[in-house]
Design a protein around this ligand. Sequence first.
Ligand code: SAM
Length: 433
Amino acid sequence: MRAARRRQSAEPQTITSLIGELYTQYPFPRVTALHRVEPVHFHLNRMNYQLGRRREDALRPDSRIWVAGCGTEQSILTALRFPEATILATDLSPRSLEVSKRLAGQLGIKNVEFQHQNLLESTFRDDFDIIFCTGVLPVLEDPLKGMRLLRQALRSGGAGLIMAYNEQHRHFFRQFQRAVETLAGGPRNLKRKHELAMQLLRAVRASDKCGGMAQTLRMLGNVEDDIPTFADTLLQPYEIAYDIDSLYALVTDAGLRLSWPTPHVWDLARYVDDPALLAAWRKLDAREQQRVVNLLAAERAPFFGFYVEHADRPAPKPYSKAELRGMRLMHRTRHTVYEIQDERVVATHESRPYQRSRDRLVEPPLLRRLTPTRNETWVLPADVEPVLEACDGTRTAGKIAAAFADRYSSEEVMTLLSQLLSPRIGLLAPVFQ
Ligand SMILES: C[S@@+](CC[C@H](N)C(=O)[O-])C[C@H]1O[C@@H](n2cnc3c(N)ncnc32)[C@H](O)[C@@H]1O
Protein backbone atom coordinates (compact mmCIF):
# COMPACT_ATOMS: atom_id res chain seq x y z
CA MET A 1 0.00 0.00 0.00
CA ARG A 2 2.76 2.39 1.01
CA ALA A 3 4.87 1.47 -2.00
CA ALA A 4 1.92 2.00 -4.31
CA ARG A 5 1.35 5.47 -2.90
CA ARG A 6 5.02 6.33 -3.27
CA ARG A 7 5.02 5.17 -6.88
CA GLN A 8 1.97 7.28 -7.57
CA SER A 9 3.56 10.39 -6.14
CA ALA A 10 6.84 9.90 -8.05
CA GLU A 11 5.08 9.69 -11.39
CA PRO A 12 3.03 12.89 -11.11
CA GLN A 13 6.14 14.94 -10.38
CA THR A 14 7.51 13.70 -13.67
CA ILE A 15 4.32 14.77 -15.43
CA THR A 16 4.46 18.31 -14.07
CA SER A 17 8.10 18.68 -14.99
CA LEU A 18 7.46 17.38 -18.53
CA ILE A 19 4.54 19.79 -18.95
CA GLY A 20 6.67 22.65 -17.60
CA GLU A 21 9.42 21.82 -20.09
CA LEU A 22 6.97 21.68 -22.99
CA TYR A 23 5.47 25.12 -22.33
CA THR A 24 8.86 26.63 -21.56
CA GLN A 25 10.19 25.41 -24.86
CA TYR A 26 6.95 26.38 -26.67
CA PRO A 27 5.15 29.27 -24.92
CA PHE A 28 1.47 29.03 -25.84
CA PRO A 29 -0.42 30.43 -27.63
CA ARG A 30 1.41 32.29 -30.39
CA VAL A 31 0.11 35.83 -29.94
CA THR A 32 -0.88 37.54 -33.18
CA ALA A 33 -3.64 39.92 -32.09
CA LEU A 34 -5.22 41.13 -28.88
CA HIS A 35 -8.76 42.46 -28.78
CA ARG A 36 -9.87 45.10 -26.31
CA VAL A 37 -13.65 45.20 -26.24
CA GLU A 38 -15.40 48.47 -25.67
CA PRO A 39 -17.39 49.65 -23.86
CA VAL A 40 -15.52 48.89 -20.73
CA HIS A 41 -17.18 46.28 -18.44
CA PHE A 42 -18.88 44.60 -21.39
CA HIS A 43 -17.19 41.27 -20.64
CA LEU A 44 -17.96 41.49 -16.94
CA ASN A 45 -21.58 42.35 -17.62
CA ARG A 46 -21.95 39.53 -20.09
CA MET A 47 -20.40 37.14 -17.59
CA ASN A 48 -22.83 38.29 -14.89
CA TYR A 49 -25.71 37.76 -17.31
CA GLN A 50 -24.53 34.25 -18.25
CA LEU A 51 -24.24 33.43 -14.56
CA GLY A 52 -27.80 34.67 -13.95
CA ARG A 53 -26.61 37.27 -11.44
CA ARG A 54 -28.69 40.16 -10.16
CA ARG A 55 -27.37 43.57 -9.18
CA GLU A 56 -26.99 42.54 -5.52
CA ASP A 57 -24.74 39.54 -6.27
CA ALA A 58 -23.08 40.70 -9.51
CA LEU A 59 -19.33 40.30 -9.90
CA ARG A 60 -17.82 43.76 -9.68
CA PRO A 61 -15.39 45.71 -11.87
CA ASP A 62 -12.90 45.95 -8.98
CA SER A 63 -12.81 42.16 -8.57
CA ARG A 64 -9.68 40.29 -7.67
CA ILE A 65 -8.95 37.91 -10.54
CA TRP A 66 -6.63 34.92 -10.79
CA VAL A 67 -5.55 33.78 -14.25
CA ALA A 68 -4.26 30.32 -13.35
CA GLY A 69 -1.97 28.88 -16.04
CA CYS A 70 -2.09 32.14 -17.98
CA GLY A 71 0.13 31.19 -20.94
CA THR A 72 1.26 34.09 -23.11
CA GLU A 73 -1.81 36.24 -23.76
CA GLN A 74 -4.68 35.47 -21.41
CA SER A 75 -3.54 37.76 -18.60
CA ILE A 76 -3.16 40.64 -21.07
CA LEU A 77 -6.61 40.06 -22.55
CA THR A 78 -8.02 39.88 -19.04
CA ALA A 79 -6.34 43.14 -18.05
CA LEU A 80 -7.74 44.85 -21.16
CA ARG A 81 -11.23 43.50 -20.54
CA PHE A 82 -11.25 44.10 -16.76
CA PRO A 83 -9.28 47.34 -16.40
CA GLU A 84 -10.44 48.03 -12.82
CA ALA A 85 -9.66 44.55 -11.53
CA THR A 86 -6.55 43.47 -9.66
CA ILE A 87 -5.15 40.48 -11.50
CA LEU A 88 -2.72 37.77 -10.52
CA ALA A 89 -1.37 35.72 -13.43
CA THR A 90 0.51 32.51 -12.70
CA ASP A 91 2.10 29.84 -14.87
CA LEU A 92 4.54 26.97 -14.77
CA SER A 93 6.39 28.33 -17.80
CA PRO A 94 8.78 31.23 -17.10
CA ARG A 95 8.98 32.02 -20.82
CA SER A 96 5.20 32.42 -21.14
CA LEU A 97 5.32 34.82 -18.20
CA GLU A 98 8.12 36.77 -19.92
CA VAL A 99 6.08 37.13 -23.11
CA SER A 100 3.12 38.37 -21.07
CA LYS A 101 5.25 40.82 -19.11
CA ARG A 102 6.73 42.29 -22.28
CA LEU A 103 3.27 42.81 -23.78
CA ALA A 104 1.95 44.29 -20.53
CA GLY A 105 4.87 46.75 -20.52
CA GLN A 106 4.22 47.80 -24.09
CA LEU A 107 0.51 48.29 -23.54
CA GLY A 108 1.03 50.18 -20.28
CA ILE A 109 -0.91 47.57 -18.31
CA LYS A 110 -0.49 48.11 -14.59
CA ASN A 111 -3.13 45.88 -12.98
CA VAL A 112 -1.47 42.48 -13.43
CA GLU A 113 1.07 40.85 -11.19
CA PHE A 114 2.93 37.82 -12.53
CA GLN A 115 4.07 34.86 -10.51
CA HIS A 116 5.90 31.66 -11.46
CA GLN A 117 3.84 28.95 -9.78
CA ASN A 118 2.67 25.36 -10.02
CA LEU A 119 -1.11 25.52 -9.61
CA LEU A 120 -0.97 22.27 -7.64
CA GLU A 121 1.18 23.97 -5.00
CA SER A 122 -1.04 27.05 -4.67
CA THR A 123 -2.22 27.95 -1.17
CA PHE A 124 -4.83 30.65 -1.89
CA ARG A 125 -7.89 30.68 0.30
CA ASP A 126 -10.95 32.86 -0.40
CA ASP A 127 -8.68 35.22 -2.33
CA PHE A 128 -10.40 35.67 -5.69
CA ASP A 129 -13.79 36.79 -7.02
CA ILE A 130 -13.07 35.50 -10.51
CA ILE A 131 -10.77 32.73 -11.70
CA PHE A 132 -9.89 31.96 -15.29
CA CYS A 133 -8.29 28.58 -15.80
CA THR A 134 -8.55 27.52 -19.42
CA GLY A 135 -6.61 24.73 -21.08
CA VAL A 136 -4.75 23.90 -17.87
CA LEU A 137 -6.91 21.17 -16.39
CA PRO A 138 -6.19 18.85 -19.36
CA VAL A 139 -2.49 18.79 -18.52
CA LEU A 140 -2.68 18.78 -14.71
CA GLU A 141 -1.23 15.64 -13.18
CA ASP A 142 -3.96 15.67 -10.52
CA PRO A 143 -7.04 17.45 -11.89
CA LEU A 144 -9.20 16.82 -8.82
CA LYS A 145 -6.57 18.35 -6.55
CA GLY A 146 -6.34 21.26 -9.01
CA MET A 147 -10.11 21.79 -8.95
CA ARG A 148 -10.16 21.65 -5.15
CA LEU A 149 -7.42 24.26 -4.97
CA LEU A 150 -9.34 26.47 -7.39
CA ARG A 151 -12.40 26.09 -5.19
CA GLN A 152 -10.37 26.95 -2.11
CA ALA A 153 -9.04 30.08 -3.84
CA LEU A 154 -12.50 31.22 -4.94
CA ARG A 155 -14.50 33.42 -2.59
CA SER A 156 -18.04 32.37 -1.85
CA GLY A 157 -20.11 34.30 -4.40
CA GLY A 158 -17.26 34.23 -6.92
CA ALA A 159 -17.12 32.39 -10.23
CA GLY A 160 -14.51 30.55 -12.26
CA LEU A 161 -14.36 29.97 -15.99
CA ILE A 162 -12.70 26.66 -16.73
CA MET A 163 -11.87 24.88 -19.96
CA ALA A 164 -11.30 21.14 -19.99
CA TYR A 165 -10.98 18.73 -22.89
CA ASN A 166 -13.99 16.92 -24.26
CA GLU A 167 -12.88 13.36 -25.05
CA GLN A 168 -14.87 13.52 -28.28
CA HIS A 169 -12.25 15.96 -29.62
CA ARG A 170 -9.11 14.34 -28.35
CA HIS A 171 -9.04 10.70 -29.41
CA PHE A 172 -6.81 11.02 -32.48
CA PHE A 173 -4.54 13.66 -30.95
CA ARG A 174 -3.84 11.43 -27.96
CA GLN A 175 -3.10 8.50 -30.29
CA PHE A 176 -0.75 10.68 -32.32
CA GLN A 177 1.05 11.91 -29.20
CA ARG A 178 1.58 8.34 -28.04
CA ALA A 179 2.87 7.23 -31.45
CA VAL A 180 5.39 10.10 -31.42
CA GLU A 181 6.49 9.22 -27.91
CA THR A 182 6.95 5.55 -28.82
CA LEU A 183 9.01 6.40 -31.90
CA ALA A 184 11.12 8.85 -29.87
CA GLY A 185 11.82 6.19 -27.24
CA GLY A 186 10.11 8.12 -24.43
CA PRO A 187 8.74 11.54 -23.47
CA ARG A 188 11.98 13.34 -22.57
CA ASN A 189 13.71 14.29 -25.81
CA LEU A 190 11.61 17.21 -27.04
CA LYS A 191 13.84 17.99 -30.03
CA ARG A 192 13.55 14.42 -31.32
CA LYS A 193 9.80 14.38 -30.63
CA HIS A 194 9.42 17.62 -32.57
CA GLU A 195 11.24 16.22 -35.62
CA LEU A 196 9.31 12.95 -35.55
CA ALA A 197 5.95 14.64 -35.03
CA MET A 198 6.59 16.90 -38.02
CA GLN A 199 7.50 13.87 -40.17
CA LEU A 200 4.50 11.88 -38.96
CA LEU A 201 2.16 14.82 -39.43
CA ARG A 202 3.18 15.21 -43.08
CA ALA A 203 3.14 11.49 -43.83
CA VAL A 204 -0.19 10.67 -42.17
CA ARG A 205 -1.93 13.79 -43.43
CA ALA A 206 -1.01 12.88 -47.01
CA SER A 207 -2.04 9.25 -46.61
CA ASP A 208 -5.40 7.91 -47.76
CA LYS A 209 -5.00 4.86 -45.52
CA CYS A 210 -5.12 6.42 -42.06
CA GLY A 211 -8.86 7.18 -41.89
CA GLY A 212 -9.98 9.49 -39.10
CA MET A 213 -6.41 10.20 -38.00
CA ALA A 214 -5.52 11.70 -41.39
CA GLN A 215 -8.78 13.67 -41.43
CA THR A 216 -8.14 15.05 -37.94
CA LEU A 217 -4.63 16.14 -38.85
CA ARG A 218 -5.92 17.83 -42.02
CA MET A 219 -8.37 19.77 -39.87
CA LEU A 220 -5.41 21.34 -38.08
CA GLY A 221 -4.57 23.22 -41.29
CA ASN A 222 -1.03 24.54 -41.69
CA VAL A 223 -0.08 23.88 -38.11
CA GLU A 224 3.60 23.88 -39.16
CA ASP A 225 3.24 27.67 -39.32
CA ASP A 226 2.08 27.82 -35.71
CA ILE A 227 4.63 25.87 -33.71
CA PRO A 228 3.08 26.60 -30.28
CA THR A 229 -0.19 25.00 -31.45
CA PHE A 230 1.74 22.14 -33.07
CA ALA A 231 3.46 21.46 -29.73
CA ASP A 232 0.34 21.98 -27.60
CA THR A 233 -1.61 19.54 -29.78
CA LEU A 234 0.88 16.94 -30.92
CA LEU A 235 3.79 16.87 -28.47
CA GLN A 236 1.92 16.62 -25.17
CA PRO A 237 3.48 14.03 -22.87
CA TYR A 238 0.13 13.63 -21.12
CA GLU A 239 -3.45 14.86 -21.22
CA ILE A 240 -6.82 14.10 -19.67
CA ALA A 241 -10.18 14.45 -21.38
CA TYR A 242 -13.72 14.01 -20.03
CA ASP A 243 -17.17 12.91 -21.02
CA ILE A 244 -20.23 14.62 -19.54
CA ASP A 245 -20.44 12.33 -16.53
CA SER A 246 -16.78 12.38 -15.58
CA LEU A 247 -16.77 16.16 -15.99
CA TYR A 248 -19.71 16.63 -13.62
CA ALA A 249 -18.12 14.16 -11.19
CA LEU A 250 -14.86 16.14 -11.17
CA VAL A 251 -16.64 19.44 -10.54
CA THR A 252 -18.97 18.03 -7.88
CA ASP A 253 -16.17 16.19 -6.06
CA ALA A 254 -14.32 19.48 -5.82
CA GLY A 255 -17.33 21.09 -4.06
CA LEU A 256 -18.35 23.14 -7.07
CA ARG A 257 -21.41 23.55 -9.29
CA LEU A 258 -21.16 23.66 -13.07
CA SER A 259 -23.08 25.86 -15.50
CA TRP A 260 -22.64 26.55 -19.22
CA PRO A 261 -22.04 30.08 -20.54
CA THR A 262 -23.70 29.10 -23.83
CA PRO A 263 -26.39 26.54 -22.98
CA HIS A 264 -27.84 26.66 -26.50
CA VAL A 265 -24.95 24.53 -27.77
CA TRP A 266 -26.51 21.62 -25.86
CA ASP A 267 -29.72 21.67 -27.88
CA LEU A 268 -30.12 18.38 -29.75
CA ALA A 269 -32.13 20.25 -32.41
CA ARG A 270 -28.83 21.70 -33.62
CA TYR A 271 -27.75 18.23 -34.66
CA VAL A 272 -30.85 16.22 -35.68
CA ASP A 273 -34.35 17.18 -36.72
CA ASP A 274 -36.55 14.17 -35.94
CA PRO A 275 -39.51 15.65 -33.95
CA ALA A 276 -40.30 12.41 -32.07
CA LEU A 277 -36.70 11.97 -31.03
CA LEU A 278 -36.49 15.60 -29.93
CA ALA A 279 -39.68 15.22 -27.89
CA ALA A 280 -38.20 12.18 -26.07
CA TRP A 281 -34.95 14.04 -25.50
CA ARG A 282 -36.78 17.04 -23.98
CA LYS A 283 -38.19 14.78 -21.27
CA LEU A 284 -34.68 14.02 -19.95
CA ASP A 285 -33.06 16.01 -17.20
CA ALA A 286 -30.40 18.55 -18.18
CA ARG A 287 -27.41 16.31 -17.63
CA GLU A 288 -28.97 13.42 -19.55
CA GLN A 289 -29.74 15.80 -22.40
CA GLN A 290 -26.13 16.92 -22.48
CA ARG A 291 -24.92 13.32 -22.34
CA VAL A 292 -27.01 12.42 -25.39
CA VAL A 293 -25.84 15.46 -27.35
CA ASN A 294 -22.24 14.78 -26.48
CA LEU A 295 -22.48 11.14 -27.49
CA LEU A 296 -24.24 11.80 -30.78
CA ALA A 297 -22.44 14.92 -31.94
CA ALA A 298 -19.10 13.08 -31.80
CA GLU A 299 -16.24 15.32 -32.96
CA ARG A 300 -18.75 18.17 -33.46
CA ALA A 301 -19.73 18.06 -29.78
CA PRO A 302 -19.48 21.35 -27.85
CA PHE A 303 -16.30 22.46 -26.14
CA PHE A 304 -16.09 22.01 -22.40
CA GLY A 305 -15.86 25.66 -21.39
CA PHE A 306 -17.92 26.10 -18.22
CA TYR A 307 -18.48 28.22 -15.15
CA VAL A 308 -17.98 26.93 -11.63
CA GLU A 309 -19.39 28.37 -8.42
CA HIS A 310 -19.42 27.04 -4.89
CA ALA A 311 -21.78 24.05 -4.75
CA ASP A 312 -23.76 25.52 -1.85
CA ARG A 313 -24.72 28.50 -3.99
CA PRO A 314 -28.09 27.62 -5.52
CA ALA A 315 -28.58 27.78 -9.27
CA PRO A 316 -30.18 31.12 -10.22
CA LYS A 317 -33.79 31.46 -11.35
CA PRO A 318 -34.21 32.44 -15.01
CA TYR A 319 -34.71 36.18 -15.47
CA SER A 320 -38.40 37.09 -15.47
CA LYS A 321 -39.97 39.23 -18.21
CA ALA A 322 -40.24 42.10 -15.73
CA GLU A 323 -36.55 41.81 -14.87
CA LEU A 324 -35.65 41.86 -18.56
CA ARG A 325 -37.75 45.00 -19.09
CA GLY A 326 -35.94 46.69 -16.20
CA MET A 327 -32.42 45.91 -17.44
CA ARG A 328 -30.30 48.77 -18.72
CA LEU A 329 -28.57 47.43 -21.82
CA MET A 330 -25.20 48.19 -23.39
CA HIS A 331 -24.07 47.10 -26.83
CA ARG A 332 -20.67 46.14 -28.09
CA THR A 333 -19.91 49.17 -30.14
CA ARG A 334 -16.38 48.79 -31.36
CA HIS A 335 -13.20 47.19 -30.25
CA THR A 336 -9.50 47.80 -30.52
CA VAL A 337 -7.25 45.26 -32.17
CA TYR A 338 -3.58 45.21 -31.29
CA GLU A 339 -1.56 43.34 -33.87
CA ILE A 340 1.42 41.50 -32.45
CA GLN A 341 4.55 40.31 -34.19
CA ASP A 342 7.54 38.81 -32.41
CA GLU A 343 5.96 39.62 -29.06
CA ARG A 344 5.66 43.32 -29.94
CA VAL A 345 2.65 45.46 -30.69
CA VAL A 346 3.16 46.55 -34.31
CA ALA A 347 -0.22 48.08 -35.16
CA THR A 348 -3.48 49.12 -33.55
CA HIS A 349 -6.82 49.63 -35.21
CA GLU A 350 -10.48 49.94 -34.35
CA SER A 351 -13.09 47.55 -35.59
CA ARG A 352 -16.86 47.12 -35.31
CA PRO A 353 -18.53 44.00 -33.91
CA TYR A 354 -20.52 43.46 -37.08
CA GLN A 355 -20.33 44.23 -40.76
CA ARG A 356 -23.22 45.55 -42.77
CA SER A 357 -23.74 43.63 -45.92
CA ARG A 358 -26.72 45.14 -47.78
CA ASP A 359 -29.75 44.18 -45.68
CA ARG A 360 -27.83 42.00 -43.22
CA LEU A 361 -25.58 42.41 -40.20
CA VAL A 362 -22.91 39.72 -40.12
CA GLU A 363 -20.29 38.94 -37.54
CA PRO A 364 -16.91 39.37 -39.20
CA PRO A 365 -14.54 36.38 -39.01
CA LEU A 366 -11.95 38.26 -36.95
CA LEU A 367 -14.41 38.75 -34.13
CA ARG A 368 -15.59 35.19 -33.81
CA ARG A 369 -12.88 34.35 -31.35
CA LEU A 370 -14.32 36.92 -28.97
CA THR A 371 -17.52 34.98 -28.60
CA PRO A 372 -17.53 31.82 -26.54
CA THR A 373 -19.42 29.99 -29.28
CA ARG A 374 -16.62 29.19 -31.63
CA ASN A 375 -17.28 27.93 -35.15
CA GLU A 376 -20.56 29.75 -35.25
CA THR A 377 -21.55 33.03 -36.74
CA TRP A 378 -24.78 34.99 -36.95
CA VAL A 379 -26.61 36.95 -39.59
CA LEU A 380 -29.22 39.53 -38.57
CA PRO A 381 -31.62 41.67 -40.60
CA ALA A 382 -30.11 45.16 -40.86
CA ASP A 383 -33.28 46.79 -39.50
CA VAL A 384 -32.32 45.63 -35.99
CA GLU A 385 -29.44 48.11 -36.09
CA PRO A 386 -31.35 51.14 -34.73
CA VAL A 387 -32.62 49.04 -31.80
CA LEU A 388 -29.11 47.84 -31.11
CA GLU A 389 -27.71 51.37 -31.29
CA ALA A 390 -30.34 52.55 -28.82
CA CYS A 391 -28.80 50.25 -26.20
CA ASP A 392 -26.23 52.77 -24.99
CA GLY A 393 -26.16 51.64 -21.38
CA THR A 394 -28.43 54.40 -20.08
CA ARG A 395 -31.90 53.13 -21.00
CA THR A 396 -33.81 50.07 -19.85
CA ALA A 397 -35.10 47.45 -22.28
CA GLY A 398 -38.65 48.63 -21.47
CA LYS A 399 -37.80 52.24 -22.41
CA ILE A 400 -36.14 51.08 -25.63
CA ALA A 401 -39.23 49.04 -26.53
CA ALA A 402 -41.39 52.14 -25.93
CA ALA A 403 -39.11 54.26 -28.13
CA PHE A 404 -39.81 51.99 -31.10
CA ALA A 405 -43.57 51.78 -30.51
CA ASP A 406 -44.33 53.41 -33.87
CA ARG A 407 -42.55 50.61 -35.73
CA TYR A 408 -42.77 47.46 -33.63
CA SER A 409 -44.90 46.06 -30.86
CA SER A 410 -43.32 46.05 -27.43
CA GLU A 411 -43.35 42.23 -27.54
CA GLU A 412 -41.38 42.25 -30.81
CA VAL A 413 -38.70 44.56 -29.44
CA MET A 414 -38.39 42.53 -26.22
CA THR A 415 -37.99 39.32 -28.23
CA LEU A 416 -35.34 40.97 -30.36
CA LEU A 417 -33.49 42.33 -27.33
CA SER A 418 -33.42 38.95 -25.63
CA GLN A 419 -32.02 37.41 -28.83
CA LEU A 420 -29.30 40.05 -28.99
CA LEU A 421 -28.57 39.45 -25.30
CA SER A 422 -28.39 35.70 -25.69
CA PRO A 423 -24.91 34.20 -25.61
CA ARG A 424 -25.57 32.89 -29.09
CA ILE A 425 -25.27 36.44 -30.44
CA GLY A 426 -23.83 38.32 -27.50
CA LEU A 427 -24.09 41.83 -28.92
CA LEU A 428 -25.79 43.15 -25.78
CA ALA A 429 -25.16 42.92 -22.06
CA PRO A 430 -27.13 44.30 -19.13
CA VAL A 431 -25.43 46.96 -17.03
CA PHE A 432 -24.93 45.59 -13.52
CA GLN A 433 -23.07 48.40 -11.78
C1 SAM B 1 -2.88 25.23 -23.23
S1 SAM B 1 -2.00 26.43 -22.33
C2 SAM B 1 -3.33 27.57 -21.96
C3 SAM B 1 -2.85 28.96 -21.70
C4 SAM B 1 -3.96 29.96 -21.31
N1 SAM B 1 -4.67 29.54 -20.14
C5 SAM B 1 -4.92 30.16 -22.45
O1 SAM B 1 -6.09 29.74 -22.36
O2 SAM B 1 -4.52 30.76 -23.46
C6 SAM B 1 -1.71 25.65 -20.77
C7 SAM B 1 -0.91 26.53 -19.82
O3 SAM B 1 -1.00 25.95 -18.51
C8 SAM B 1 0.26 26.02 -17.90
N2 SAM B 1 0.32 24.96 -16.88
C9 SAM B 1 0.27 23.63 -17.07
N3 SAM B 1 0.35 22.98 -15.90
C10 SAM B 1 0.44 23.94 -14.94
C11 SAM B 1 0.56 23.90 -13.53
N4 SAM B 1 0.61 22.76 -12.88
N5 SAM B 1 0.63 25.07 -12.88
C12 SAM B 1 0.60 26.26 -13.53
N6 SAM B 1 0.50 26.35 -14.87
C13 SAM B 1 0.42 25.20 -15.57
C14 SAM B 1 1.22 25.81 -19.06
O4 SAM B 1 2.53 26.26 -18.74
C15 SAM B 1 0.55 26.61 -20.17
O5 SAM B 1 0.98 27.93 -20.19
